[in-house]
Design a protein around this ligand. Sequence first.
Ligand SMILES: Cc1cc2nc3c(=O)[nH]c(=O)nc-3n(C[C@H](O)[C@H](O)[C@H](O)COP(=O)(O)O)c2cc1C
Length: 285
Amino acid sequence: MDIEHLRKKYQKKDNSIYNGKKIQDLLSILYHENTKFDKFTLREQGEELGLFRSQYITERSIQPFKIYNGNKKISLNTFLNNSNNNDSFLKIINNRRSLRDYDPNYKISLNELFYLFYHSYGITKKSKIPDTDYILGLRNVPSAGALYPLEIYSSLFNSQITKGLYHYQDKDNCLELIKEGDHVEELRKIINAEPYVNIKNASGIIFITGLIERNSIKYGERGYRFMLQEVGYASLLISYLLEYLSLGSCIVGSCIDDKVNEYLEIDGVFETIHAIIVFGKKKEE
Ligand SMILES: Cc1cc2nc3c(=O)[nH]c(=O)nc-3n(C[C@H](O)[C@H](O)[C@H](O)COP(=O)(O)O)c2cc1C
């Protein structure tokens, strides 16, 4: 799809509050549009991925290493046994592994949701901008220019609070109910996770979206790269927080993008889905 088609397609959806014209011309919006899956390209990609089961690919995928053959090497292994394996921070980061099935009887509490959202993308520090009266809210995730282009949503279907789609509102540290209801069946159709990830048993799904204009107004096209980097930082922090809470998660890479955007009630151009994290309680072993 070229940018002219794109502009026409989304003419009525421009909810840009900044410099609409400048943002509409972004190649990164065009790039993003061209990497979206619809239900056909999703299937096509699935078939292509099947080819990845060849021996050559398997051998290649178990050695993603760059080695400087013949160069001097200083081993770090002597510290392996000395490092403090009981250190709580190291335990959390070393134990994080993708979790694909969950305890169906577990209902996540509001307190756990607080930990998840506040400590990932909540405002944990306030800072006065020098020579102004403005106060900037800083988060535990670093952000290029402190522009914070991300928004966090969660669909909850096994939780102690009303089932539905929520938006984490960082300004007041609260969950805003967007729509009530059990959406698990709808989500199973538009997120390509099964049979590997058991969405039905999960507590819910976290969605990270990005508003390109928040970054591009300062950084232009490069702002898109910064936004994607920040999605990575936020996703990993959320994964670690879940580990801290004795819960677990799996990031899911494929979905029918615009169906997810519609589900989240976002325009899909200026605000788009970037990461999907299925989360829930570990099953007792
Ligand atoms: C961007 C991204 C997309 C992923 N998509 C999927 C997915 O669709 N389904 C799945 O089961 N795992 C998915 N994963 C999880 C990876 O398979 C997993 O991280 C990898 O196998 C390493 O295992 P570990 O997370 O347990 O350490 C994804 C991970 C990332 C970072």
